[in-house]
Design a protein around this ligand. Structure first.
Ligand code: GDG
Length: 742
């Protein structure tokens, strides 16, 4: 519409100008025509009345002649008729003539051939005709026509000329706009068909694909431009989304409507344990489970995992499936059974004695055994089969979780070539030199590159992975788009920082902070105003629990005023206790807590309360809310969700987070007190700072951190990955369509 106006208005103005310019010309032309007509008319009248007039004149009855003239002038255009016998006589007239038409003047009018006489009534046309007779050889007849009708006509003509040009403008504009619209639509159709991957030059409706090679670069550039615009718009849209389970579900239902979503992880989100006659459902202490559980509730897919609980077999159906969460089933767990041998080789062996220490620079030597590797390959294959059997379509979206399944993406790619495989590596990726010590490094890398999208928590881990591939595989690495092309398949390497559900469940925050503070202190035999620190971890050597204890010891050495006034509660969930290194680590942690408590516990409550047991999530939150500080001292950690959970628990905007610089979380939470866990003095100083931090500084820091966790929550983590997968699938379909058409 705007385009039409932009075009029509100037055209109208131009044509109006033309009409204005040519109107006087048209006027003159029509005047000339009318004068000529009146000349002829006058001659006709003169000829017609000649005989009767001469008879009248011969009869010499002047009154009769005037009457005759009056009758003739009843014609509305004939203004007056007069007769002059001689130049000196008085004219016989139908009505008085203007002074210029005295009998003495008629000769001049006749000779000059002048026809127009301006008058008060408007212009008059004058025709002088000889009307000789024997009695009056110089007689002259004067015929005066009223020309005011010409002025009226001229006005009308001008109006018609104007209307004509305006009409012309409207018709020209209309035709032009229709043609422009048609061509625009054609162009739009061209663009749309281009977007559909049908090529730039396909004629709408013709179905003919252009093969002109000279247009291909333009088509490619346009496609790229459109893709960039699309992804910008999407990124903007995503930034505006407040990610919640509902918005995630709505986004997925829009973008992945009817898609088959399958999660694969080693750890299951719900474990059924037998206690005598009773079956208890447990949620494991795992960051991965914490992150993925809300996603599966949102998108109702299938979660394939190792059935590790003592009552797991008792509750599944004949397809080894069980609906969860038990209180309100929303998705299915498909349990995969592993033999003790498989579990020992794949889980404890290659994954946790090999890859785990390999990827965490925590100074524990990785152990690689070929028997473990064989089990790792076999179990990955077992899970691949489970995925294939659970897939409802040929192109499911499979979310492969963590380092237990490095080989699964490639295996799935072979079985389900059209699947969209998103592999997420929850732990760090080391530099190429560190990774190179793995005897099966090429197989591991090739396995991972079976994914469509490979995710890490930080850009640093993405960089390390791409560097490793570049160093050891014959692959094409594009650092601009962060993609790896290997064996003819493309893998996008992307950063997706994991997080927690936001807002936290209401029950977690039901007990007020003052109530939590007094309950925990009472339960731990601590005075009401006693300062409290908290640490919550799996009992794992990467978490830096010993370094944490060392920092507490150093605090008490450097600031003895805290002895007897500060206690650190360490909740340590037993983990991988089948592995010697973990048993050794547990023993060391216990011994260290004991030693420090013996050294500084004489003046009152012990400085360290070590609780090696699994805690219910609600208890964990109660500790978080009761504490003055939370200390996360991982030696290396992909993200660390405990840091974010502590922040989520503190709706009172109090409490200080001390955070290791070697966690992924440290990149997102600069308002925490960031420390090097290997530097005991620095950590002790941070502890002191935390214990003495004024309330408003605590609030300012906590508020900023809460804002970040709220915005970058786990729904965004999942949403972004799944949206990227959806976009990739759309693009894939376009390419397939293009191939089919070409
Ligand atoms: C890996 C990566 C990454 C701990 N003890 C208990 C308990 N927990 C819960 C915590 C937290 C989770 O376990 C631990 O998560 P983290 O992120 O700290 O660490 P990992 O288990 O090593 O997870 C890590 C994560 O994957 C996600 O990608 O962040 O870097 O190493 O949720 O609260 N929960 C309960 N009782 C306990 O005793 N209920």
């Amino acid at each position: 519409m705007r385009l039409s106006l932009r075009f029509v208005l100037p055209l109208m103005l131009v044509l109006a100008g033309i009409a204005y310019a040519i109107a006087p010309l048209v006027d003159q032309l029509t005047l000339r025509w009318f004068v000529r007509d009146l000349d002829m008319r006058s001659a006709l009248i003169a000829n017609t009345i000649q005989e009767p007039l001469q008879e009248q004149l011969a009869a010499g009855n002047k009154a009769k002649t005037v009457g005759f003239f009056r009758r003739i002038t009843q014609d509305e255009r004939l203004y007056a008729v007069g007769y002059c016998a001689t130049p000196t006589s008085t004219a016989l007239v139908s009505r008085s003539l203007p002074a210029e038409l005295r009998c003495s003047e008629l000769n001049r009018w006749e000779l000059a051939g002048e026809h127009l006489l301006p008058s008060a009534q408007g212009p008059l046309h004058v025709a002088v005709k000889p009307m000789s007779s024997e009695a009056a050889p110089t007689g002259r007849l004067v015929l005066v026509h009223d020309m005011s009708f010409i002025t009226r006509r001229s006005e009308e003509t001008k109006r018609y000329v104007f209307y004509f040009f305006m009409g012309l403008a409207a018709v020209v504009s209309l035709i032009t706009v229709i043609i422009a619209q048609l061509s625009w639509r054609g162009w739009m159709a061209g663009m749309q068909s281009l977007l559909r991957g049908e090529g730039l030059l396909r004629q709408p409706g013709s179905g003919a694909q252009s093969n002109l090679p000279e247009f291909k670069p333009i088509a490619r550039d346009l496609q790229r431009l459109i893709r960039e615009l699309e992804s910008d718009a999407r990124a903007r849209d995503e930034d505006q989304i407040t990610w919640t389970p509902e918005s995630l579900r709505a986004t997925l239902q829009g973008e992945l409507r009817g898609e088959d979503v399958i999660v694969v992880s080693n750890r299951e989100p719900y474990i059924h344990q037998r206690h005598g006659e009773q079956i208890e459902v447990q949620q494991p202490a795992s960051g991965l489970v914490t992150a993925l559980e809300p996603i599966m509730r949102a998108c109702r897919g299938t979660w394939i995992a190792h059935g590790s609980g003592s009552a797991d077999r008792d509750v599944v159906d004949r397809h080894d499936r069980v609906a969860v969460p038990p209180e309100n089933p929303a998705y299915q767990i498909r349990r995969v059974w592993l033999t003790a041998e498989e579990e020992a080789g794949y889980y404890y062996g290659f994954a946790n004695e090999g890859l785990w220490p390999l990827c965490h620079i925590a100074h524990v030597r990785p152990t690689f055994r070929s028997s473990d590797w064989d089990q790792y390959v076999a179990v990955n294959r077992k899970f691949a089969k489970a995925v294939v059997s659970e897939a409802k379509t040929k192109a499911p979206i499979v979310l492969v979780q963590d380092y237990h399944f490095a080989l699964l993406p490639k295996m799935l790619r072979e079985e389900l070539p059209d699947a969209t495989i998103i592999a997420f590596w929850h732990i760090p990726w080391p530099n190429p030199e560190s990774f190179a010590i793995c005897p099966w490094r090429d197989e591991v890398l090739a396995g991972m590159l079976g994914s469509s999208i490979l995710g890490f928590h930080t850009q640093f881990h993405c960089n390390n992975f791409v560097d490793t591939v570049d160093r050891f595989l014959e692959a094409r690495v594009d650092r601009e788009s962060f993609t790896v092309s290997f064996g003819g398949k493309l893998t996008a390497v992307r950063r997706y920082p994991i997080s927690i559900a936001w807002p936290p469940e209401v029950e977690m925050l039901q007990k007020t902070v003052p109530d939590c503070r007094s309950a925990i202190r009472q339960m731990s035999d601590l005075p009401p105003e006693h300062k409290l620190g908290i640490g919550v971890d799996r009992l794992d050597y990467t978490k830096g629990i010993m370094e944490r204890f060392r920092a507490i010891e150093r605090l008490l050495e450097l600031k003895p005023e805290w002895v007897g006034r500060f206690t650190f509660v360490q909740a340590a969930a037993p983990s991988r206790s089948g592995i010697e290194e973990y048993q050794h680590h547990e023993a060391q942690v216990r011994a260290m807590a004991l030693r420090i408590n013996e050294r500084f516990g004489h003046a009152g409550p012990p400085p360290i309360l070590l609780k090696v047991e699994h805690h219910e999530p609600r208890e964990v939150y109660e500790y978080f809310r009761a504490a003055d500080l939370c200390f996360v001292s991982s030696l290396h950690d992909g993200m660390n969700l405990v840091a974010k959970e502590f922040i989520a628990a503190r709706d009172d905007e109090r409490g200080v987070l001390i955070l290791s610089q070697f966690t992924g979380a440290a990149r997102e939470l600069p308002e925490a007190l960031i420390v090097n866990p290997y530097d005991a003095d620095q950590c002790a100083a941070a502890l002191h700072l935390a214990l003495t931090m004024p309330a408003d500084e605590q609030r300012d820091r906590m508020r900023l951190m809460r804002g970040l966790v709220a915005e970058f929550n786990v729904f965004r983590w999942a949403g972004r990955m799944l949206l990227d997968a959806a976009a990739m699938r759309r693009r894939g379909r376009l390419i397939d369509k293009g191939k089919a058409a070409g």
